[in-house]
Design a protein around this ligand. Sequence first.
Ligand SMILES: [Zn+2]
Ligand SMILES: [Zn+2]
Length: 260
Amino acid sequence: MQTVFGKIVGSVLRGFRKILDFVFPQNCISCDGEIRDVEHFLCAGCKADIGFIRQPHCFRCGVPADLSYAYPHEEFVCGVCRQSPYQFDQARSLGFYDTVLRTTIHHFKYRRQMGVLPEMDRLLEKYFEENPGFCQGFTVSPVPLHFSKMKERGFDQAFLIARQVARALKLPLEGGLLRRIKATSPQATMTRTERARNIKGAFEVNRPELVVGKNILLVDDVFTTGATVNEAANILKKNGAGKVYVFTLGRVVVGKGSGL
Ligand SMILES: [Zn+2]
Ligand SMILES: [Zn+2]
C-alpha cells in the first residue's frame, strides 16, 4: 500500500519530470522521435539529415553549383554573381535551410527555446572543423535588428549566432558595428528586386573608427536572396571596411531537391 509520503514524492517527481521535459524535451524537435540524451534537441537521424553546404559552390556567394554547369573549378562564380556582383567578398552558409535546420532556427527564433543553442554550437564546431582557417583575423559582427523587432522578440537571434560563431572560430565579436535605422517590411513574399529596395538605407555605421581597415565577418540566421547582408556589407565598405565576408546558418536554395 502506498503511503501518503510515497504519493507526495511520486507527484513531486512527476512534476519535476514535466518541468524537465519542458526545459529539455525528450522528443526530437524535428521528427518527434525519442532522444535519450537530455542535452540534445535533435535525434541522431535528423542531425545527420542537416546537409552541410560543401563544394562545389560559388566562390563568391556560396550557392551550391548546379551540376549541369561544366564542372566548377575552385573559383567558380555563379550567374547571379557574374551579372550583379554582391558588395560582400564571400558568403558561406552552414547548411540548406530545409526542414531540420529551419525547425531548429524557428525553435529559438520564434519559440525562444534557447536550449537549442548548444545544438547549433555542435553544428558550428563540426562545420568549422571541415573549413579550417575560415576568416582568420576577422572581427565577427551580427546583422542588427531594428529596435522595434528586438522589443517584440525580446532577443536578437543574429547576435546570439554571431556570438557562437566568434567562439567557435576564436575571433573577436563586435556587437555594435552597425545599427538598423529603418524598420523594414517582412521580406518573405518579396522578389529579389523588391527585397533590395526594401532594405536600402536600413543600416548605419555606429562608430566608423571601429570599421576602417577591419576585415569583418557578418553573421545572420538565414541567407535568402542576400539583400540584407549585401546592404550591410555595402555600408561597411562605404565606411572603409577591408574585406567583408558573410556567414549564415541556413541558405535558401531555390529548386533544392529538384534541380540540384
Ligand atoms: Zn529527429
Ligand atoms: Zn554566386
